[in-house]
Design a protein around this ligand. Structure first.
Ligand SMILES: [Fe+2]
Length: 200
């Protein structure tokens, strides 16, 4: 059975400065993301033991642990390459721009909607732009923690971590400024490629 591992950052820890500081990136990637990887693997190990013993007394807790930690790992694994140094972020590709026009009325309206959703997450969570294959459309969603409030079956293509661990050292309680500044490091090339893959 497969286990998870921590992916490397696709850039240096200080590459997103001044918008996201080096110390935040080190702690966020090396400690927080690693914690979700370890937590997901521990849940998988414990579920394997449960199958071996036939004792499913903790299956509710372990299922919850798996959902939380695997979602945390998978979202962070999209989050890192969703960003790039400010000089390498590019522009939304033609298909992405067209889809944003169809589904949100344009790039700027999408950004306003996404920012409002991210700023409005209650407690710890994420702003998420996801491809929804049934309606063949993009959705802006919120996630609380990592796993709550999502729509099932969608593919995240742009995600913004609004847990305090993502911004508190540099922005303290000012999540709004963090969200506004984050747009400077959105890697549109990566988002465009993720949409292309998700659409198939
Ligand atoms: Fe995070």
């Amino acid at each position: 059975m497969a286990r998870y591992s921590l992916p490397d950052l696709p850039y240096d820890y200080d590459a997103l400065e001044p918008h996201i500081d080096e110390q935040t990136m080190r702690l966020h990637h090396d400690k927080h993301h690693q914690g979700y990887v370890d937590g997901a693997n521990a849940a998988l190990d414990a579920l394997e033991s449960a199958r071996d013993s036939g004792d499913y007394g903790t299956v509710k807790k372990l299922s919850r642990d798996l959902a939380f930690n695997a979602s945390g790992h998978l979202l962070h694994s999209v989050f890192w390459p969703n960003m790039a140094p400010e000089s390498e972020t590019g522009e939304p590709g033609r298909r992405l721009a067209s889809q944003l026009e169809d589904d949100f009325g344009g790039v700027e309206k999408f950004k306003d909607h996404f920012s409002a959703a991210a700023k409005g997450v209650e407690g710890s969570g994420w702003g998420i732009l996801a491809w929804e294959p049934e309606g063949e459309q993009l959705l802006v969603l919120q996630a609380e923690k990592h796993q709550n409030l999502t729509a099932q079956g969608v593919t995240p293509i742009l995600v913004l971590d609004v847990w305090e661990h993502a911004y508190y050292l540099n922005y303290q309680n000012n999540r709004g400024q963090y969200v506004d500044n984050w747009w400077n490091v959105v890697n549109w090339n990566d988002v465009s490629e993720r949409l292309r893959k998700a659409r198939g």
